[in-house]
Design a protein around this ligand. Structure first.
Ligand SMILES: Nc1ncnc2c1ncn2[C@@H]1O[C@H](COP(=O)(O)OP(=O)(O)OP(=O)(O)O)[C@@H](O)[C@H]1O
Ligand SMILES: N[C@@H](CCO)C(=O)O
Length: 350
């Protein structure tokens, strides 16, 4: 009897201004996997057939040991001494999350892969344990925590003891060998230490929506992190910490206080350095304010960019049109969407 289930994982916006690598907001675009395990079918390469529609359909690999979702699943399966998918696993991927735009496409893919393995192997892993696996792959917690847990979340990585730290910091190539199933040494990959990350869900004022203005070019997270400095001044760190402390509560209050939120979304840790990669970034962030655009609460770079996230209660069209026009002057065309928080996080539906 074939077994079928669905996995849905929301996109996410990390940082929300000052919370670099700390806060994430799950939002209402969902990566979906429709999975069928049918033992009556045989002869499929590596036991897994991937079909794909949506963002990335043209370019992303369909081989189970290359695609990020199934590579992640293979890692978790191998940690449980299962070396391949059961014959035969069909994974249909429906992906509306734009890739490399700062909306957590890779975080959603990693969470989906861990949930896929958990369901296939019937491991019964808790969400917290699944997070440990996610953090072995995507090593900053903001996107994966929001995608797994849902809503507006803050997270930190626990200080591990030296042995666990060594395991956690092993090169990514040993966690996700390239290709994962190619030169299979038969060795168990390194299992994650327990309780790597800890998180808390904040509230969210229901009238606050997120306008995502999504430029038509990709910026990989790795590239966008490469322009950041290795050290910061105490002044800049304190600037961000003060704002983050206010922001996480300011966004829970109804009615929202636009002046407080706008100032609390300022950042000196990542956005100023990323302006070299995103034409018009500094001008856009400075020119759209609650005074010039009533309804706006705050504006920031979404994750590693290039998407701009504007939090607002109304006037979505006017705010988006202004940002689109400013990007257009720089020769960048954009799509835009009004998104809502995805409160439930990742879901497994039988
Ligand atoms: N549905 C998917 N299936 C397979 N691979 C994916 C999928 N989604 C994302 N990826 C992989 O992740 C890459 C994008 O990851 P990257 O971290 O650069 O950007 P992002 O996650 O979209 O943005 P950010 O981390 O700033 O929010 C893609 O190029 C692709 O390799
Ligand atoms: N906090 C991360 C999110 C992107 O994955 C960054 O800004 O680089």
């Amino acid at each position: 009897m074939p077994r079928s289930f669905t996995i849905k994982v929301p996109c996410s916006s990390a940082n929300i201004g000052p919370g670099f690598d700390v806060v994430g907001l799950a939002l209402s675009i969902w990566l979906e996997l429709r999975v069928t395990v049918d033992e009556t079918v045989s002869g499929v390469s590596q036991n897994c057939e991937i079909t794909y529609e949506g963002e990335g359909a043209k370019d992303l690999p369909r081989e189970a040991d290359s695609n990020l979702i199934t590579r992640t699943a293979l890692y978790v399966l191998k940690c449980h001494d299962i070396r391949s998918f059961p014959a035969t696993t069909f994974v249909h991927i429906i992906n509306p999350i734009p890739l490399g735009r700062g909306l957590g496409s890779s975080g959603a893919a990693v969470v989906a892969g861990v949930m896929l393995a958990n369901a296939i192997g019937r491991f019964g892993l808790s969400r917290e344990r699944m997070m440990d696996y996610c953090l072995m792959i995507e090593r900053h917690p903001d996107n994966v925590t929001a995608a797994m847990m849902g809503g507006f979340v803050g997270s930190y990585l626990r200080e591990l003891d030296p042995i666990d730290m060594e395991r956690k910091e092993i090169p990514l190539s040993e966690v996700l060998p390239e290709p994962a199933g190619g030169l299979d040494t038969g060795l168990r990959p390194p299992e994650p230490p327990y309780g790597i990350g800890h998180h808390i869900k904040f509230g969210w004022a229901k009238e606050v929506k997120a306008i995502a203005i999504i430029p038509n070019f990709e910026l990989s997270t790795a590239n966008s992190r490469s322009v950041l400095p290795k050290t910061y001044t105490a002044k800049d760190m304190i600037f961000n910490l003060q704002r983050l402390a206010v922001l996480t509560t300011a966004l829970t209050r109804s009615p929202p206080d636009a002046d407080l939120i706008y100032q609390a979304m300022q950042d000196k840790v990542h956005q100023p350095y990323r302006k070299t990669l995103i034409p018009g970034l500094t001008e856009i962030l400075a020119s759209v304010t609650p005074k010039s655009h009533p309804g706006l609460l705050g504006i920031c770079l979404s994750g590693a960019g290039p998407t701009i996230l504007a939090l607002a209660t109304h006037n979505f069209d006017t705010i988006a049109t202004e940002i689109l026009a400013r990007f257009s002057k720089e020769g960048v065309e954009c799509a835009w969407k009004v998104l809502e928080p995805a409160y439930n996080g990742a879901e497994h539906i039988e």
